[in-house]
Design a binder for this molecule. Structure first.
Ligand SMILES: *Cc1c(COP(=O)(O)O)cnc(C)c1O
Length: 827
């Protein structure tokens, strides 16, 4: 079995290992349960059974992962590394079972324990290592890369505490730490021997080597170890298992000797905690930066550890000659968060591998690719120069050098135009000069992409206009997508089974085939089956809503759903105003033609985002008033779903009739929630924003409830915006504002919604809530009318699923691959 070569003992591996398949699943599960975990009884929580099953499945993943790694080692093939501060993975078990085609085998094996997969799976904690759309996109991309057999490694951070758990107390959001690792994370394998060293603080000196060459040396640093934890990423039934490598920070084993000698042994050991802080917690800010030093440490920690990891593997295989490195490597930067990687790769090339600046820059700028995720100014990362000087002094020098050479290029392109240099400089001038991280990413990358057609156009014409003039060839669009494995096959087994009876099962691997469903859009028998599936999914969600929110939903009513991070630009407030409008109609007895509906809203607010938290409170207060009014019951129920996360979405999107995608036009870069709902047959009510535009184009304007200002109109609207006038002119809006201002929803809590009321009435409300209200109400009435005609609704629902083919992240990743990465699939 074992072959000895030199002093390495190579275990002849996977070819000879016992075949791990369905036939041995039973025994393996029992072995892990009884021996690996040492248990004999299945408890109420089924935690140990879950662990045993996860280990059983992991064995099968590890075998294939090794094969993938072997392939990559033996073949000199081009690879991509996806660098992201966030991977919002959710649960792994159900997805792994699906992708390995072990559903029947696991169900059978679990029978002996008198349980089933769904129940055991409940014991798994979500891996909530992300905030929202950006982090979930990274997770969907990993699934698609593996399913397309592409050589792509994900690099991220193993946060000890992921996205906080949200509780609702008296209508307010309360954050609780998410200690997701407490009961163990059976999917990961650590590789401490591959730890990397990451430097912080210290200072830079010049020295001459023996040949008289000058070098910069970053010394007296405080180093931190980055220890990798590998999570297997299975492709869909194709034998490929890729890797997500998550870094954990640990102290180096060195003690501070001076302290040690002074007798402060314990204090020196306690210092170790500082290093471990880096990966302690995920920052819960979606689309806004708070400029905290620890966050910059996380960014550099991820970037440095990941680049070193790739370079060391290169040197091991090919030696320290990097002349064709860019032919074999690309780093995709998920937003500006890891953009310090541009400067870090330069540092490693120049300082560690002693390359010339020019050669290093050539390679770096052929290796880095940057994805922009937002136009919101508060999300554009800037770090103060003094902070950089203290924390990363050598990186600051490198950024200055990149900037000097770049500005010389700008001066050539726009001779004599000093303003252009000031405008494009990586350093923003001011009392405290700031480093513009997006500009660093742009200057250092050969590809810059937006995430939906409109978003990319707005980047080119607005935010990055001048860069686009300089380098038009760098800019491209990659409209986001979601994986149809998790977001249809796994989360909606009933609909998947129904779809497969009509068009076969190929759609799971090749989602473009979903368009074949169009053939059945008018088939009455199929309509009936489609409706039955939706009804069953709604019943399932009813039970969850009852349990989590204490609200009675009724599956006969329309399920009108908005779940996403709470943010003013996403306009949950507009949704609430419409709910209040429906309630006002009910109070007035004006219920003719009103489709009964259950409105579900869920999402987390950043802990420091005052207005978002107020909006959560308003939703809960409005829900309380409406749900306790008997008059409203037949027409309207409202619930706030606490702790919205990936697992919640897996139950919510299959049960949704109406998908709310109502952001102020020009503000939502893409959206991906919109795509999950569409796949599951929800109809969208939405603005012309982000990927909504492409959703509407694909499904047809008649099958989408459109409303609101267009992106190109918003600036003109803002310039003479008068919401108070709009309120006096619109009796519906006036009635809604009167209810709000009368304190109807806060009788015992005077004035708590004053700031919300003022925001709606403010001429500087950039979200244009009052402006879009009337057209929103009109579109909602259309949705209501359509819902009451159930065969029309069902037809449109089927057409939405059938038209969702291009919103598979497989399509997105194929485009990244063809147009940016240029990777060949593994054979
Ligand atoms: C898909 C998803 C998102 C993104 O939703 P948007 O509506 O695109 O903002 C956020 N959070 C979770 C848990 C998701 O699954």
């Amino acid at each position: 079995m074992a072959k000895k070569s030199a002093n390495v003992c190579v275990v002849k591996h996977w070819q000879d290992a016992p075949k791990l398949d369905e036939s041995t699943l039973n025994d393996d599960l029992m072995r892990h349960f009884y021996y690996t975990l040492g248990r004999d009884k299945v408890g109420e929580s089924q935690l140990y059974l879950y662990h045993a099953l996860a280990l059983t499945i992991r064995d099968r993943l590890v075998a294939r992962c090794r094969a993938t790694n072997q392939y990559l080692k033996e073949k000199k093939t081009r690879k991509a590394a996806y660098l992201s501060l966030e991977f919002l993975m959710g649960r792994a078990l159900g997805n792994a079972v699906l992708n390995l085609d072990l559903q029947q085998g696991t169900q059978q094996a679990l029978e002996q324990y008198c349980t089933e997969l769904e129940r055991v799976g409940e014991a798994e904690h979500d891996a909530g290592l992300g905030n929202g759309g950006l982090g979930r996109l990274a997770a969907c991309f990993l699934d698609s890369c593996a399913s397309l057999a592409l050589p792509v490694v994900g690099y991220g951070i193993r946060y000890e505490y992921g996205m906080f758990n949200q509780m609702i107390e008296h209508g307010h959001q309360v954050e609780q730490p998410d200690n997701w690792l407490r009961e163990g994370h059976p999917w990961e394998l650590s590789a401490p021997e591959q730890a990397q060293r990451v430097k912080f603080f210290g200072h830079v000196e010049t020295f001459r080597d023996r040949n008289g060459r000058e070098h910069r040396q970053w010394i007296d640093t405080q180093d931190v170890l980055a220890v990798p934890y590998d999570v297997p990423i299975p492709g869909y039934q194709n034998g490929v298992v890729n890797t997500l490598r998550l870094w954990k920070s640990e102290a180096t084993d060195e003690f501070d000797l001076s302290e040690f000698n002074a007798g402060s042994y314990s204090e020196a050991v306690a210092r170790k905690n500082l290093a471990e802080q880096i990966t302690m917690v995920l920052y819960p800010n979606d689309t806004s930066e708070n400029g905290k030093e620890l966050r910059l440490r996380q960014q550099y920690f991820l970037s440095s550890a990941s680049l070193q990891d790739v370079l060391i593997q290169w040197v091991e295989q090919y030696g320290a000659n990097f002349s064709d490195f860019a032919q074999y490597h690309v780093f995709q930067l998920n937003d500006t968060h890891p953009s310090i990687a541009v400067a870090e790769l330069m540092r490693l090339f120049v300082d560690v591998y002693e390359m010339d600046w020019g050669d290093a820059w050539q390679i770096t700028t052929k290796t880095m690719a940057y994805t922009n995720h937002t136009l919101l100014p508060e999300a554009l990362e800037k770090w103060s120069v003094p902070l950089f000087q203290k924390l990363l002094p050598r990186l600051l020098e490198i950024i200055y050098e990149i900037n000097a050479r770049f500005l010389a290029q700008v001066a050539l392109h726009w001779p004599g135009d000093v303003n252009k240099q000031r405008e494009l400089s990586l350093i923003e001038e001011g009392a405290v000069p700031q480093i513009r991280m997006a500009y660093l990413a742009i200057v250092g990358s050969y590809s810059i992409n937006g995430v939906a057609a409109l978003h990319t156009e707005l980047l080119k014409s607005g935010l990055f206009k001048t860069f686009y003039e300089l380098w038009p060839e760098k800019f491209n669009n990659k409209t986001n997508g979601v994986t149809p494995r998790r977001w249809l096959a796994h989360c909606n087994p009933k609909l998947s089974a129904l779809i497969s009876t009509k068009i076969g099962t190929q759609w799971v691997a090749d989602f473009s085939q979903i368009e074949k469903l169009r053939r059945y859009y008018d088939d009455p028998e199929f309509h009936k089956q489609w409706q039955e599936v939706k009804r069953a999914n709604k019943q399932h969600l009813c039970a969850m809503v009852k349990q989590r929110c204490g609200v009675d939903f009724d599956e006969n009513m329309m399920f009108d759903v908005q779940v996403k991070r709470i943010h003013e630009y996403k306009r949950q407030l507009l949704n609430v105003l419409h709910v209040i409008h429906l309630y006002d109609r009910i109070l007035k007895g004006d219920v003719e033609g009103m489709a009964p509906r259950c409105v579900l809203i869920g999402g987390k607010a950043a802990p420091g985002y005052y207005m978002a938290k107020k909006i959560i409170k308003l939703i809960n207060n409005v829900a309380d008033v409406i749900n306790s009014d008997e008059k409203a019951k037949p027409y309207l129920r409202v619930a706030f779903f606490p702790n919205y996360n990936v697992t919640a979405m897996e139950a919510i999107c299959p049960a949704t009739d109406l998908s709310e995608q109502i952001s102020t036009a020009g503000k939502e870069a893409s959206g991906t929630g919109n795509m999950k709902f569409m796949m599951n047959g929800a109809i969208t009510i939405g603005t012309l924003d982000g990927a909504n535009i492409e959703i509407r184009d694909n499904v047809g304007a008649d099958n989408f409830f459109l409303f609101g200002a267009h992106a190109e109109q918003t600036e003109a609207i803002r310039s003479h915006y008068n919401p108070e006038h709009l309120i006096t002119q619109d009796p519906n809006l006036k009635a809604v504002m009167n209810l709000l201002q009368s304190g109807h929803f806060n009788l015992l809590e005077p004035n708590i919604f004053d700031d919300i009321i003022s925001a709606i009435k403010s001429p500087s409300d950039q979200w244009l809530v009052a402006h879009d209200f009337a057209s929103y109400v009109e579109a909602q009435q259309k949705a209501s009318d359509t819902y009451l005609d159930s065969s029309t609704w069902t037809r449109i629902s089927i057409l939405n699923t059938a038209a969702s083919g291009s919103f598979s992240s497989d399509r997105t990743i194929q485009q990244y691959c063809d147009e940016i990465w240029r990777l060949a699939p593994m054979q």
